[in-house]
Design a protein around this ligand. Structure first.
Ligand SMILES: Cc1cc2nc3c(=O)[nH]c(=O)nc-3n(C[C@H](O)[C@H](O)[C@H](O)COP(=O)(O)OP(=O)(O)OC[C@H]3O[C@@H](n4cnc5c(N)ncnc54)[C@H](O)[C@@H]3O)c2cc1C
Length: 364
């Protein structure tokens, strides 16, 4: 049994804690957030940063993300999908309205006027080695899958893609892991081999110190880290049926609509080179919602119930950081793929540290 200290309880920190505690290690996790749950909607203020994972749409889109990610990200994503399925089976609370992870595929959509932009994205997806191909859908097939989508859109089906419910999954990973010790409201200044240096200069000593502080680790990530602003809008749309994530291929934006329980649809996301965490701008809100309405006309009467912005932790080349030396592991730079790739990255990291994965890696 090893003593493990984890700095940061985002997607990575919680997944690592859950895995390592279940394998019998003594795990302590430190995070400045007041507790494990998502900040209440509507109460986000600038200066109160919280894990990017809470804001995320939770799409598990290895193929669609090839538009802006490397093929290695897609491979990590495909390896992660069965991991999420297994976690979902263990963590979805009984009676919950929707499983914490679903795999019904996703749709790429384009308006006729944007055919050029759509072809550029499709060519990129089709050129990736060893990847499944998007399947073109005719109007009847599109209607059968998603009857609320505007009929004049061109559509492609990405069969095996999925989604998680990020807030619920983050909460479940803590609530169903009482074996770990969770220290909320504490900040880690530095993560060094075998110790976490806390904000009051106390040190938490351990056999393996793990740094998963996202942007909070900026000074200690080799090669540098920056925040990339993302904004999302939640719509309450009773009666508007949506079964799977939709992405609109658009010349200027990467707009998606993601169904959530209780008639909610998340519309996202801007991608802005700025570390501004202030509330969503009028321009982003207008552009995201206009695009969403063009895809699902029935959203006209939806209510805007929540808006949120956050920063994605990104390296200069957008590749994730996995750095290991005796007594120390750093994982960071998950950019716009944190939910997509975290389980496979955690497998690789634990293998690098000599802490074997729970089960053998399975490919989707
Ligand atoms: C708008 C938006 C949409 C997104 N959509 C998707 C999506 O659909 N699919 C997908 O795969 N990814 C998506 N992402 C990306 C994903 O959310 C991130 O890649 C992921 O959250 C990164 O995980 P992390 O654990 O590294 O960091 P975070 O989730 O940011 O967690 C870092 C943790 O470290 C803590 N911390 C910070 N400083 C300290 C400190 N000094 N001491 C201790 N703890 C500290 C923070 O409080 C936080 O809990 C999206 C992101 C955004 C912003």
């Amino acid at each position: 049994m090893a003593r493990i200290g984890i700095a940061g309880a985002g997607v990575l920190g919680r997944l690592l804690a859950w895995r390592l505690a279940r394998e019998g290690h003594a795990v302590q996790v430190v995070d400045p957030a007041p507790g494990p749950d998502a900040p209440p909607t509507g109460s986000l203020l600038p200066g109160q940063p919280h894990a990017a994972g809470f804001t995320a749409a939770g799409m598990l889109s290895p193929l669609a993300e090839l538009d802006c990610g490397d093929v290695e990200v897609a491979r990590l994503g495909w390896r992660s999908l069965p991991r999420w399925r297994a976690l979902c089976a263990e963590l979805t609370p009984p009676g919950y309205p929707q499983p914490l992870m679903r795999q019904r595929g996703s749709l790429l959509l384009a308006h006729g006027s944007d055919a050029g932009a759509a072809q550029r994205v499709l060519a990129r997806l089709q050129a990736a080695p060893d990847q499944p191909r998007p399947e073109a859908l005719d109007a009847a097939a599109l209607h059968a899958l998603e009857p609320a989508v505007a009929p004049n859109l061109t559509a492609w089906y990405l069969r095996d893609e999925g989604q998680v419910l990020p807030r619920e999954m983050l909460q479940a990973l803590v609530h169903q892991c009482p074996e770990a010790q969770w220290h909320w409201g504490r900040r880690v200044q530095r993560v060094l081999p075998g110790e976490l240096l806390l904000d009051d200069s106390q040190a938490l000593r351990c056999d393996l110190a793990i740094d998963t502080r996202g942007l909070g680790a900026r000074e200690q990530v080799p090669g540098g880290l920056r925040g990339v602003r993302g904004e999302i809008v939640w719509l309450h749309a009773p009666g508007v049926s949506l079964q799977r994530p939709l992405r609109l291929l658009h010349p200027r934006h990467r707009v998606y609509l993601v169904p959530r329980p209780n008639d909610l649809i998340v519309v996202g996301a801007s991608e802005i080179e700025s570390e501004d965490r202030s509330p969503v701008s009028l321009r982003s809100a207008v552009e995201l919602m206009a695009a969403a309405h063009s895809v699902l006309p029935a959203l006209a009467e939806a209510r805007v119930v929540h808006q949120e912005s956050n920063l994605r932790p990104a390296t200069p080349d957008h590749a994730p950081v996995l750095q290991h030396q005796p007594g120390l592991l750093r994982l960071n730079g998950l950019f716009r793929h944190g939910w997509l790739i975290a389980p496979a990255l955690v497998d690789d990291a634990l293998a690098a540290c000599g802490l074997a994965p729970l089960v053998e890696t399975a490919h989707a």
